[in-house]
Design a protein around this ligand. Structure first.
Ligand code: KIV
Ligand code: NA
Length: 271
């Protein structure tokens, strides 16, 4: 019931104040983001960001469940959505439902997200029918990177724009409470946002969407590999972490850490 309250609150934000979403994969980051964002996404980007895989195809059910549980321990108010990993839902609506049920039950999250449009309409509908809220994900779908031969911006041609609109309509009519639009041009994001009654959450999809999402490590400047064009870094944690490690190592080598205040002492006798 609580999951539905949170997803319904997001759904009700359509056309209102934009929805702020960030990914999180761990308890401390969930604690830090929770007071400030509306939605926390436990993205399958965890496979790349925390585990160093080349793409999101490295994510597993076990990975999504462990990180989903960690985030749920730190999220008091935000709506928490967990990604279904590649290979866990594409085959059939039954497979998608079984995976969604497992993630929903084992993490206590408020909704699941899966990539795809018209092709997985019945999969989304089956999960929604079982009482599990679903967030869609259309446009650039990172789980398809190997099939597509790279990360390609969608909707640039009129055929591609039409198929993106069809995906958007399919996800909405299947019962999703919101949809991520990734990697498209502003006119297409604006048109989808205009025709859908559910909120659109953009990433690399312009300010025309009902909300925005970024990968947390990208947003705080902690990403050590390539940072995509659509990212804005709001902090420089790479530099902070390197500076801390450098100072610590220098003090250890100089024997200036630990200092007196960091050391335990025998109690001084009272008399
Ligand atoms: O896995 C992820 O982080 C995502 C968002 C960036 C939308 O799916
Ligand atoms: Na994802």
């Amino acid at each position: 019931a609580q999951s539905h309250t949170r997803t319904q609150a997001i759904r009700a934000r359509k056309g209102g104040e934009p929805i702020a979403c960030l990914t999180a994969y761990t308890y401390p980051i969930a604690r830090l983001l929770d007071p400030h964002v509306d939605l926390i996404l436990v993205g399958d980007s965890v496979a790349m960001v925390l585990h160093g895989h080349e793409n999101t195809l490295g994510a597993t059910m076990e990975m999504m469940i462990l990180h989903g549980q960690a985030v749920m321990r730190g999220a008091r108010n935000a709506c928490v959505v967990v990604d279904l990993p590649a290979g866990s839902y594409e085959t059939s609506a039954e497979q998608a439902l079984a995976s969604a049920r497992r993630i929903f039950a084992e993490t206590g999250c408020h909704a699941v997200k899966l990539e795809g449009g018209a092709g997985i309409k019945s999969h989304i509908a089956a999960i929604v029918a079982a009482g599990i809220p679903v967030m869609g994900h259309i446009g650039l779908q990172p789980q398809s990177v190997e099939k597509e031969g790279g990360y390609k911006i969608k909707g640039k041609s009129s055929e591609s724009a039409a198929s993106l609109l069809e995906d958007a309509r399919a996800v909405e009519s299947a019962g999703a409470f919101s949809v991520v639009i990734e990697g498209t041009i502003e006119p297409v994001a604006a048109e989808i946002t205009r025709i859908l009654a559910i909120p659109t959450i953009g990433i690399g999809a312009s300010v025309a969407c009902d909300g925005q999402v970024l990968v947390i490590d990208d947003a705080i400047g902690l990403t050590v590999d390539r940072v995509p064009k659509f990212v804005k870094e709001y902090a420089d944690l790479r530099n902070e972490v390197a500076k801390a490690a450098m100072s610590y190592a220098a003090e250890v080598r100089a024997r200036t850490f630990p200092a007196a205040e960091h050391v335990f002492h025998k109690p001084t006798p009272k008399n």
